[in-house]
Design a protein around this ligand. Structure first.
Ligand code: C2E
Ligand code: CA
Ligand code: CA
Length: 290
């Protein structure tokens, strides 16, 4: 474990690492290559084994946890937990993107409502497959799902990855505009990896820019990464977008991003994705770095 920590060693760094390690142990997530049959995956989806886990998002200004991102996990019958990298692409290729988005949104809203009833108010972010943006009925359906749980679209942010969106921007634009009119937040995920032009960005009614973790991790010590982060924050300010930095793992990166005026942090420093039942504990355990 010590091999993966940045020198000089401090108590804070060590603590952050231990928390991360505990989360990893606890989560039993597997990154082993998994051989998945599509029939098995379809069954899992229909049997409710594809569930959201949640990762906290904290404000840089005061450290308060203000939101969560729902991240799909396959909780298999044998106790193993499979990450989305192993199955989301397969579901999309099999025409099941809409079902995936619907079930994650639905389950995530149910949990959000439960936390709210317990006094924990959190904005919810959900990942949306670009394929679902071709369906003109998608906007109405998402609204129905959210409202069925007594929530408003304004409490939900839909995340779309920059690269996939730009490949197909024109087709998705109508649904995105409709979603925005209903009050949903719209986030550009993995910003910095998709080569979108300013013109394209200003056409789509985004509300949030999420800086890709590849630029965030180590930005504190790598001037080139830092430059991309600064330019992204500048752009967001000009377009009046909320800013989220993904992959905040160290106190040093937290401090630098805070100084640069980034809005919200998401990353292992605040907490790794956890099953819904563990989220309240995860939020309680988090302490803002000084
Ligand atoms: P993403 O939306 O960019 O999600 C962030 C990923 O970074 C998550 O991986 C998260 O666990 C990981 N992460 C968070 N903080 C840190 C950190 O500090 N350091 C590092 N190294 N990694 C961090 P995850 O959960 O494996 O998700 C991977 C991708 O799968 C997501 O990337 C998203 O594109 C996709 N995905 C997840 N859930 C869904 C879903 O419900 N629907 C669709 N369509 N895609 C999903
Ligand atoms: Ca995301
Ligand atoms: Ca991302």
């Amino acid at each position: 474990m010590l091999g993966s920590i940045e020198k000089p060693l401090s108590a804070e760094k060590l603590e952050a690492l231990l928390v991360r390690y505990e989360d990893r142990l606890h989560s039993e997530e597997t990154d082993e290559p998994v051989v998945i049959q599509i029939e098995e995956l379809r069954e899992a989806l229909h049997a409710g084994q594809i569930v959201p886990w949640f990762q906290p998002q904290a404000e840089f200004a005061n450290g308060k946890v203000v939101g969560i991102e729902a991240l799909a996990r396959w909780e298999r019958g044998d106790g193993r937990v499979v990450r989305p990298a192993h199955f989301v692409g397969m579901l999309e290729a099999d025409g099941l993107a809409a079902e995936l988005t619907d079930t994650i949104l639905d389950q995530a809203c149910r949990w959000k409502r439960r936390w709210q009833d317990d006094g924990l108010r959190l904005n919810l972010s959900v990942n949306v497959s670009p394929a679902t943006l071709h369906d003109p009925a998608a906007a109405d359906r998402y609204q129905q799902i959210v409202e069925a749980h007594g929530l408003a679209p304004s409490e939900v942010v839909l995340e779309i990855t920059e690269s996939l969106l730009m490949a197909d921007a024109a087709r998705g634009l109508g649904v995105l505009a409709r979603l925005r009119l209903k009050g949903f937040g719209l986030s550009i995920d993995d910003f910095g990896t998709g080569y979108s032009s300013l013109a394209q960005l200003s056409q789509i009614p985004f509300t949030e820019l999420k800086i890709d973790q590849g630029f965030v991790y180590g930005a504190n010590s790598q001037p080139r990464k830092r430059a991309v982060v600064e330019a992204s924050l500048d752009l967001a300010r000009k377009l009046q977008l909320e800013t989220v930095a993904e992959g905040v793992e160290t106190v040093e990166d937290w401090q630098m991003l805070a100084e640069l005026g980034c809005g919200i942090a998401q990353g292992y420093l605040v907490g790794a994705p956890v099953p819904a039942i563990d989220l309240a504990d995860c939020v309680r355990r988090w302490r803002q770095p000084h």
